[in-house]
Design a protein around this ligand. Sequence first.
Ligand SMILES: [Zn+2]
Length: 229
Amino acid sequence: MKTEGLEAFDYEVIRSDRKTLSIEVHHQKVKVRAPKKAPEDWIESFVHQKARWIARKLVEQDEKHQTRIKLENGQLISFMGSPLILNISQGANKILLAEQELSIRNKDLKADSIAKQIDRWLLTRAKEILPQRVEHWADIMGLSKKLTGVRFRKTKTQWGHCTRAGTVQLNQLILLTPLHVIDYLIIHELSHLKHLNHSKRFWNLVEQHCPDYQKAELWLKKHGHSVWY
Ligand SMILES: [Zn+2]
């Protein structure tokens, strides 16, 4: 569906067993959740009322999207806090890290195929580099016995997660953030081994091992979205 007038945008209506209307704007797409039998004009007027809010969200998300890493030849990315230049060329799929260059050979040079290649490369690096770093911090924090494993998962919204069973799960994209942010995210998840919440005691523990944690939080708020390629 499309709205009319100045604030024109497309939106998708998802009907389900619910009683109220709600609007979500994610990844530059507008979704309206509605009851199964909600009349069209009710939905339309609801969207119209919220048009300014939706338009603002779309602009915000578009601005964030613009600052994302572009997987293009010559693009500079940060890997473990050091700059790397992407050198993308056509050839049998292969990735090679040499000095300050990440050389990516890709068969058809399609963006999603290059993204998948980098995904796999990052996952391999994460498995090589991060478990040791997590164990190192767990040791310093006296939490080694509680830590049962380190796993990796690229999700769209989370940097990390800690399970009740003691497994720390990290998003391999954290390798593209500065070193102080990587350590903060590790310390954050490890602190959940002791406090499964974001209570005052949790933040005190984070601060004890990462006194500048607010700087890292600020970095994530300002630039975090840019590493989601
Ligand atoms: Zn947390």
